[in-house]
Ligand binder design. Structure first.
Ligand code: HEM
Length: 179
């Protein structure tokens, strides 16, 4: 089937965002991801609530990323028990989604690559009292690059919270982010 790109516009307020954002996502139709719409499944709203909770409390999150020769090791934690719970729940849910191939994405250019190559990714999650330690490795150097790039995207979300989300949205929609 011919692959085409579909641009969808929607409003994410229902998913817990305090402001209206235009949700744009490029969805490859007809390829291996056909039918895997990112916003239609049962846990989408729960996953959005967790993301929102982490983005508004981004300053309470500490994160370190170590690039391995074949992937990443990340430590993401918070002294705030509620934020720590959100981190653990997000990581558990995302790894389940990755394992099952149920895409969850809004604006990340690397997440689609990870889902398309999910069978090449080995993930080990350890939970700590304050968060999660995630080790992801692969034999494919291109996938290792995508894992490392995604880990940096998460760093930016932790550093800048909602502002990073808006930047990503604008980049995805072809606008220049305001300074
Ligand atoms: C402050 C906000 C966020 C934090 C702290 C966070 C944290 C994490 C962590 C710790 C991981 C495991 C991989 C890694 O450590 O790099 C992860 C994976 C993932 N996150 Fe987030 N995340 C945030 C926002 C988002 C957003 C906005 C989305 C999409 C809408 C998202 C989707 C995913 C997906 C799909 C994965 C699985 C990818 C993989 O395991 O390689 N996250 N996130």
């Amino acid at each position: 089937m011919k692959r085409s790109t579909k641009l969808a516009l929607g409003i994410a307020t229902a998913a817990g965002f305090g402001f209206a954002i235009a949700v744009a996502f490029a969805h490859p139709m007809g390829g291996p991801m056909a039918g895997a719409m990112q916003h239609g499944d049962a846990s989408f709203a729960d996953d959005m609530r967790l993301v929102h909770a982490m983005l508004v409390d981004n300053t309470k999150i500490k994160r370190t990323v170590t690039n391995l020769s074949d992937g990443i090791r990340t430590v993401t934690e918070s002294d705030d028990p509620g934020v720590a719970r959100a981190i653990k729940a997000h990581v558990a849910s995302m790894e389940k989604r990755l394992y099952e191939g149920r895409v969850f994405n809004l604006f990340s250019p690397t997440i689609p690559v990870l889902f398309e190559n999910r069978h090449k990714i080995k993930t080990v999650v350890e939970t700590t009292a304050k968060g999660s330690i995630v080790t992801q490795t692969t034999d494919d150097p291109k996938v290792a690059d995508a894992l490392q790039a995604h880990a940096l995207e998460v760093n930016e979300l932790v550093r800048d919270g909602m502002a990073a989300m808006r930047r990503n949205m604008q980049a995805r929609m072809g606008h220049t982010a305001p300074r």
